[in-house]
Design a protein. Structure first.
Length: 219
């Protein structure tokens, strides 16, 4: 057992450091570079609005879950195919006289060109959407695997209490300050372990872990 604060080692069965009264952990957390942490904290203490905080963080692009993207593309594919098939069927029934609507000859040909072309485009879009679902399905599986691996690794090494100790969270800190310091540390730890993750996915993963660790506190 180890103390995450003073790095003292203890035998099994002891749960609290007798030097600093900190709860012990099975393994010491991976050290993350926090050389700029004090500088960011000093800036953070002067911020009054969420807009200011976004400016400090440099903004971020919202991550779109692959599962949601898959369902959106699937819905698009079905919608365009159904509309195109229904539209082409309507034109066939109209020109064969099954649907008794009278038009001038030139109007029928105009409808055939304009509406037929439009429904053909819809059909092509639907087919291409279906073709892209295979790649998206692979991305969904990879996303789920990455989420599972990253969260399993993080929770194996850190708890909410450990993050607060390492990030030097104080009870007197404002919730906004705590959020910044916690997410700064969480993202840094994840980036060190999984350097191949894209920044928007790291932001998304960081928010997921934060919400799971501190959902009761922020409620």
């Amino acid at each position: 057992m180890w103390c995450p604060n003073c790095k003292s080692e203890y035998r099994d069965g002891i749960t609290e450091c007798n030097k600093c009264q900190t709860p012990l952990v099975e393994k010491l957390p991976i050290e993350v570079d926090t050389s700029r942490l004090e500088e960011k904290l000093a800036l953070l203490r002067r911020m009054d609005t969420e807009q200011d905080m976004d400016a400090l963080l440099g903004g971020n692009h919202a991550y779109v879950e692959k599962t949601k993207k898959y369902e959106d593309v699937k819905s698009t594919a079905y919608s365009f195919l159904l509309v195109s098939v229904a539209g082409i069927a309507f034109l066939i029934l109209l020109f064969t006289g099954v649907i008794p609507i009278q038009f001038a000859a030139y109007m029928k040909y105009l409808m055939a060109v304009v509406m037929g072309g439009m429904f053909l485009i819809f059909f092509v879009i639907g087919i291409r959407s279906f073709q892209s679902l295979r790649d998206l399905n692979e991305q969904v599986y990879k996303e789920q695997a990455d989420l599972t691996d990253a969260k399993r690794w993080f929770y194996k090494h850190y708890s909410a209490k450990a993050v607060d100790i390492i990030a030097d969270i104080r009870e007197s800190d404002e919730l906004q300050q705590k959020y910044f310091l916690r997410t700064y540390f969480i993202k840094g730890a994840l980036l060190e372990k999984f350097p191949a993750f894209q920044d928007d996915f790291l932001e998304y993963l960081t928010d997921l872990i934060y919400e799971e660790l501190y959902k009761h506190e922020d409620a």
